[in-house]
Design a protein around this ligand. Sequence first.
Ligand code: CDP
Length: 794
Amino acid sequence: VIHERPSNPGAGDEDRPIGFGRIQRKEDPRFVRGKGHYLDDIVLPGMLHGAILRAPVAHARLVSIDTTNALAHPKVVTVITGKDLLGLKLAWAPTLSADVQAVLVTDKVRFQGQEVAFVVAEDRYAARDALELIDVEYDVLPPLVDARKALDPDAPVIRDEIEGRTDNRIFDWEIGDKAETEAVFASADVVVSQEIVYPRVHPAPMETCGAVADYEPVEGRLTLYETTQAPHAHRTLYAIVAGIPEHKIRIVSPDIGGGFGNKVGIYPGYILAVVGSIVTGHPVKWVEDRSENLMSTSFARDYIMQGEIAATKEGKILAVRTNVLADHGAFNATAQPTKNPAGFFSIFTGSYDLKAAYCTVTGVYTNKAPGGVAYACSFRVTEAVYLVERLVDILARKLEMDPAELRLKNFIKPEQFPYANKTGWIYDSGNYEPAMRLSMQLAGYDELRREQKEKRARGELMGIGVSFFTETVGAGPRKHFDIVGLGMADGAELRVHPTGKAVVRISVQTQGQGHETTFAQIVAEELGIAPENVDVVHGDTDQTPFGLGTYGSRSTPVSGGAVALVARKVREKAKLIAAAMLETRPEDLEWEKGRWFVKGDPSVGKTIAEIAMGAHGTVALPEGIDGNLDAEVTYDPPNLTFPFGAYICVVDVDPGTGHVKVRRFIAVDDCGTRINPMIIEGQVHGGLTDGVGMALMEIIEFDEAGNCLGGSFMDYLIPTAMEVPDWETGFTVTPSPHHPIGAKGIGESATVGSPPAIVNAVVDALAPFGVTHMDMPCTPARVWAAMQGRARPP
Ligand code: CDP
């Protein structure tokens, strides 16, 4: 069910034939016919296959490794151990967060599933078989599983290889004004507090991670096919880590079956494929299986948040404060801009006009897989939104106010934008009340509340959950945001061929978001070339300009800006050429989509195709114009963009089993100018489904021995079409004032906004039992336990 209700007159323009609008995805014919070209489709002559031996325990000294029997396997070519890597100075690799991570264990195992040895064999089966022929002796140590115990004086020190280290503290970070916040809390009528846990989850993309490394020793060239969301940043990092000159490295990122943050980092498997290729002189393919993906590549979240909210008794929210314990696993490999150890968590002030806010975050090591990626979110904005939206709901209950009304009362007002919040962000634009009202209207909010009252009287458990979120997406600017020293700006190059067909080269890498369509639409909108006549090239560092990659919904805010500007540059160049062709002055020309014409005489003009032919032909070109219609730019965005949305979820809870059914979900999103509404809806549907997974099903847990309990899809449950309702979507349009086309990101809004709406609905359904909070995932067992007034079962 789709309710598309434009909230402003301009929004109806979406069906224009050229440029923005609901056009079908250019990449889909390839995907629906099975012609996608993914990493595992790559087969090179003489290619060998790698497999990783992983640690069966979470914490142990490595006593010895004997590879004799594995090497005797007729199809095994080589076995690489940590000792070999020490010799190559590759045993430890820098992480994205100024730490190092073991590529293969040399001294101590630090999490279950950690990489211990790498077998290279003639085929994948032989490589996997040979893993069982490696004899490893471990001296098992007590594991540290509970982050709450990480800083206890008797906690085992996980990173004892770092000289002088005596504890598991990674960082302490604070933001906001502590004294001001304390003063506001001290004078508030009402204060509510709650421990809120955002559990460890995993992005679990459909395609797991993998690499094919092809090192060519004569010229010293490395071609690396990789499932990566950031090919250019990877190239630079490989050059630094492996010492291969950057101009001799080519990273190719083929079609990618979902990333969601899982494919941002550089994993040991990628580096091992490279080492394997250098050592054997053959291309080496490594592709992880599902359990390896869930157990060893980047997790997300894992924040234990102590939250407090202060308000007047009339429901004016005054301040929010929180202490966070962040479990980063065995190595600090969290992916985020360098200056932000807790990512963008500091936007926990949400969509509300506060007097004060303060937060501290302490990061700790535990015996768990490293990571902390932005799983379909912009660097911890998901945790921040979940915290504030749960707190607002708890406050509403305490004040006996309707949760939607409480939010409406506290929104930042339209005239307050650009809005400086209390932790240093400048929200670019927003108009929150219409979005909230539209979602209430689409939901039939008052009617739902009436229905709930009736059902409650009959003992039925119906819940209505509301959430409102503001996101921070599109890092840079580069002066504020870098990843390991690489500033977050993106390049774009545009070539218009003589016949008027165009190729735009971008630095971001799609993982299914439809960039081949939407970036062509941006060129189409700016130049008037039909989108089908614009090819989008991405995912090959030899073919595309430098840029930081796709994550944190930064493609449209950053590369989208770059593409609009490069098209405008071509348009301006076309104007000069058109003037020469028409023997007139450039200032006498006027633009209409696709064509420059003489002011006052629209019949005299030149289309972009005619101008392209002129530029490449024999027309005498004006001074300073070379013979083509090409341009390039690097776009350093002046600020992030701040999309927002209002979500309402309706659940029914089975009182006999504790099973939660999401009956309805209404999502109103505002991502500024909408390039392709169909793609936007697809992004929202996917994110909402993700939200159902996190709220109700997904968790990576560990037992006391440090065994990962979420290592397969039998244990780590992800939602299917069976668990989700027909999504009901709507939108408002509040353009970004600083983005060239006014667009904000959309890819992650729904993942960010939906978990609090669902949990708020579950808690609302359980209100008759006196339940005021429960932690995700709201599985039947946990819900049932909450209904019994008992602690959650083990
Ligand atoms: O960085 P990522 O591509 O994951 O996220 P995004 O920039 O939010 O874009 C996701 C998809 O939605 C892309 O194909 C965008 O071009 C499209 N989109 C759109 O059509 N209009 C917007 N205002 C934002 C995104």
